[in-house]
Design a protein around this ligand. Structure first.
Ligand code: SF4
Ligand code: SF4
Length: 433
């Protein structure tokens, strides 16, 4: 019996919810591309069951290949009539692999650098982001690609450099953004790790939009990375360390909500109760904290805009980040906010609910499949006729922007909060910060 090397392994209760009906299959991007049952949600669940039954080793090539071949996009979860919580199963399966598999020294080193050296350290991550942007500007990609004809790792680094945005904003935000107009409450902004290191302008835009709608915004300095990428990669112990740090530093704040503008972080923060479920001292605190987390679009649409945005005459398409749509079931709220901007024309986008191939670190670990999904996404965007592609997650922004750049498509990728902020500025309201 090899099924339970750790507490995070998929439980029989969760596994047995699957009745193997196959309703989820048409929604699975990896199944659509590969056409293999074991790369479908149903196939992956069956494989997890065979591990639980002790018929397949955790540390076996098929198990690892099919588990890490999954995007963890959770489209199957939305489609499932039996309430299968696929994200929990997949994170559990990966955690089982990491607890069992002996990784090479190089792989271990990369994981330690990424998960402990970079993500939880904003200053180091910020420097890394600036260095990456500079390297791209100086043409390091072309050099790496030339070397990459013989050295595979250089080719991979060149691919990664393509994802780096033209500019990374890492400026420090004000500690407080006062509410403008009639005060409606107080919130705390979760600034994230990648968002803080490369998309600080979007964080500032989010704070301005909230403030413009009557909410005082606190930006607590003590917060840290949410641990989403750690959990997706099976490093749940590290994710728990970060979760406890965030809870301890934020839970006492007297705020109406913890606002997050990155879909992946939001989904992870909302699952702190589950992440800490086996820790008697933290499980309740985790669940209480999670219940206070709101995506910025969810919070604003539910509260209602108290200030009218100005007009923006542009054709936009909205692409659902998987961890907003499938991870948090937030579909209508971003669309409602777009509809509130006068003169904005929202055009339909085919397969807006499909993963772009970014999926946490998927574009790093599974470059070929990620590229196929990106190509599909870019095709839909260019055919939509949109000038702006709106989304709400840094990984999606970087991936889609790189795909559009590669084909020379004249489409700009923008975060929903940046667009709203732009609309408020168009109304002549510059707000604070
Ligand atoms: S995950 Fe849900 S939809 Fe998919 S096969 Fe199982 S029960 Fe059916
Ligand atoms: S999470 Fe996404 S890629 Fe993975 S099985 Fe479900 S639909 Fe397919």
């Amino acid at each position: 019996m090899t099924g339970y090397p750790n507490v995070d392994a998929p439980s029989p209760e969760l596994l047995q919810r699957c009745v193997h009906c196959g309703f989820c299959l048409p929604t699975c991007p990896t199944y659509a591309v590969l056409g293999v049952e074991m790369d479908s949600p149903r196939g992956r669940i069956r494989l997890m069951e065979t591990v639980w039954q002790g018929r397949v080793e955790v540390a076996s090539d098929p198990f690892e290949r099919h588990m890490y071949g999954c995007l963890d996009c959770r489209a199957c979860e939305t489609a499932c009539p039996s309430g299968v919580e696929f994200g929990k199963l997949m994170e559990g399966a990966r955690s089982q692999i990491e607890a069992t598999r002996r990784r090479s020294r190089a792989e271990r080193l990369i994981r330690v650098i990424a998960f402990r050296g970079l993500l939880p350290r904003p200053a180091v991550l910020g420097t890394f982001a600036q260095f990456s942007v500079l390297s791209r500007r100086l043409g390091a990609g072309a050099v790496l690609r030339a070397v990459g004809k013989r050295v595979r790792v250089a080719r991979r680094l060149a691919d990664l450099l393509e994802l780096v945005p033209a500019r990374a904003s890492a400026r420090k935000l004000a500690a407080t953004y006062p509410a403008l107009g009639t005060r409606r409450g107080r919130v705390a902004l979760f600034v994230g790790c990648v968002m803080r290191a490369a998309f600080a302008d979007t964080n500032a835009a989010t704070a301005r939009v909230l403030a413009r709608n009557g909410f005082e915004v606190l930006v607590p300095e003590t917060q840290t990375c949410c641990g989403a990428l750690h959990a997706h990669a099976g490093e749940r112990a590290d994710a728990r360390v970060l979760a406890r740090r965030n809870i301890a530093s934020l839970e006492a704040l007297e705020v109406d909500a913890f606002i997050v503008n990155a879909a992946g972080c939001g989904a992870a923060l909302k699952e702190y109760g589950w992440l800490l479920k086996d820790d008697a001292a933290w499980s309740e605190r985790g669940a209480r904290f999670a219940a206070r987390v709101k995506d910025a679009s969810e919070f604003l649409a539910d509260a209602g805009l108290s200030a009218a945005p100005g007009p923006l005459a542009a054709r936009v398409a909205y692409d659902d980040p998987c961890h907003l749509l499938h991870g948090q079931r937030i579909r209508e709220q971003p669309r409602a906010l777009l509809a509130a901007i006068p003169e904005l024309r929202v055009v339909p986008l085919e397969e807006a609910d499909w993963c772009c191939g970014s999926a946490g670190t998927y574009n790093v670990t599974q470059p070929e499949l990620s590229a196929k999904l990106l190509e599909r996404k870019v095709g839909h965007i260019t055919r939509s006729g949109a000038e702006l592609l709106v989304t709400a997650n840094p990984g999606c922004q970087m991936q889609i922007a790189a795909g559009l750049r590669a084909v020379g498509a004249p489409v700009t990728v923008v975060h929903l909060m940046d667009l709203l902020d732009r609309a408020y500025r168009a109304s002549g309201d510059t707000g604070a910060g």
